[in-house]
Design a protein around this ligand. Structure first.
Ligand SMILES: NC(=O)c1ccc[n+]([C@@H]2O[C@H](COP(=O)([O-])OP(=O)(O)OC[C@H]3O[C@@H](n4cnc5c(N)ncnc54)[C@H](O)[C@@H]3O)[C@@H](O)[C@H]2O)c1
Length: 415
């Protein structure tokens, strides 16, 4: 297949590009490097510095003999998006190209507006471009399990059969997202469903759980093929962050009681799930949803797992319960279905002691790079953010960060 990976410079996009290239697909990656700009603005960086995309593409070709085509483009720029689809003529598109952080979207007004503008405009542009230039192409869109929230009933895969006043229908599962970022994904889902219904496009919406892991078979081929592993409060996810804290010798910071339950999956399973969706496309006009995670853990369970494994390796690991910066239920029912990818053949990499050990070992190799000061949460859901970048932005609009975020959102809104 000819496959375009949008957001191909990111944590998941780059490993996906290599994985699919190695399996014989013709792969193109698109990115506007916005993530690298946000990192600069917030003064944070991945654990290991990431070579420029062009350099990674060059090394990939050198190591494997396989080409990956890289294009710099902003999905919020409609002419650019159209041109890419027209020129590349994809059979499928894997869309990772969005602002992916809930804390970023809750940090201040500018970043909240930016998140929704960037994510929703980019996806809507893509749908229009598909309609014009690639109407049979299969869109595999990354959504999140966080779209559903934590209802007191079982979570289905996208749709639920409801009986109301004696009548029955199958309707989109109700959404109770927990941040403006998660809301952007809900809005995307509605737009995609509508475009499939009205224009006969076809799409798989992958409601993905929280991803953990540093390495895939392809990143391991060469040190410069690494992917961007974040452990900071804004872009770092729970397990990744706990592993770094264990190695750094600082307490693992559990938000609130830590009883919040979520679906998790290994980065290797993300790649396989995307591949399974691509190899088993939906019919013309079909919009389907797969819940993409393999195991459910509470945040405290994860912290305790990391503590146990860390101590076996001789690390001194402590847990610290912090006042929860998020507004979310801490004690709740959680049972989400995730059958469809298993039925297509997914064989999950479960979170084992060996896996945590290997993550800790990789992090230990880079222990000198860890900056513990970027881990503690400063973004609060119900208070003004104490993040220095937001405070600078709030000071009468003179901050550099504010200008750049604002400029980006205004530019995107115009288009
Ligand atoms: N990592 C997770 O745990 C996780 C969980 C659930 C869902 N997701 C979703 O998966 C996708 C990828 O996540 P990730 O962790 O790799 O994020 P990431 O930030 O590392 O990658 C996203 C990439 O998209 C690019 N991008 C953003 N806006 C763009 C635009 N307008 N035009 C072109 N490129 C743009 C960024 O520069 C970045 O390289 C996101 O949509 C995210 O919401 C991730």
């Amino acid at each position: 297949m000819r496959i375009l990976i949008l957001g191909g410079d990111g944590y998941l996009g780059w490993p996906t590009a290599m994985y699919l290239s190695r399996r014989g697909h013709e792969v193109g990656v698109v990115d506007n490097f916005a993530k690298r700009r946000w990192e600069k603005e917030l003064n944070i960086m991945p654990l290991v510095p990431i070579p420029p995309l062009e350099e990674r593409v060059r090394i990939w070709q050198q190591v494997t003999g396989l080409p990956i085509h890289a294009v710099t483009a902003d999905l919020c720029d409609y002419p650019q998006t159209k041109e890419i689809l027209r020129d590349f003529r994809p059979d499928a598109i894997v869309h990772y190209g969005e602002q992916p952080s809930a804390p970023f979207s809750m940090m201040d007004q500018h970043r909240s507006v930016f998140t929704q503008t960037n994510n929703i405009t980019g996806t809507l542009n893509l749908l229009w471009a598909m309609r014009e230039h690639a109407p049979r192409c299969h869109l595999v869109k990354l959504g999140t399990m966080g779209e559903y929230g934590t209802p007191n009933i079982d979570i289905e895969e996208g749709f639920i059969e409801i009986e109301h006043n004696g009548r029955r229908d199958v309707l989109p599962f109700p959404k109770q997202p927990g941040s403006f970022y998660h809301l952007s994904k809900v809005h995307d889902s509605h737009n995609i469903l509508f475009a499939c219904r009205v224009w006969n496009l076809r799409s798989t919406d992958l409601n993905q759980g929280v991803v953990y892991g540093i390495e895939t078979d392809e990143t391991a081929l060469h040190p410069e093929l690494v992917t961007s592993f974040h452990y900071d409060e804004v872009f770092g996810t729970a397990l990744n962050r706990f592993c770094v804290q264990a190695v750094a010798g600082v307490p693992l910071t559990v938000y609130g009681q830590g009883r919040q339950k979520r679906g998790f999956l290994n980065i290797r399973d993300t790649l396989r799930c995307v591949e399974l969706a691509l190899l088993n496309p939906p019919g013309i006009g079909e919009y389907r949803v797969f819940n993409q995670f393999t195991e459910i853990f509470s945040v405290l369970e994860l912290a305790e797992l990391v503590k146990r494994q860390g101590e076996k390796l001789g690390l001194s690991v402590k847990l610290q319960h912090l006042k929860n910066p998020r507004v979310e239920a801490e004690t709740h029912y959680y049972n989400a279905r995730h059958q469809k990818l298993l039925e297509l053949g997914l064989e999950p990499h479960r979170l084992s002691d060996v896996l945590i050990d290997s993550m800790l070992a990789r992090i230990q190799e880079n222990a000198q790079r860890i900056r513990p000061e970027i881990i503690l949460p400063r973004v609060q859901w119900d208070h003004a953010s104490s993040h220095p970048s937001s405070q600078a932005a709030a000071r009468e609009g003179k901050g550099k960060q504010r200008r750049s975020v604002l400029e980006e959102s205004v530019k995107a809104a115009k288009i």
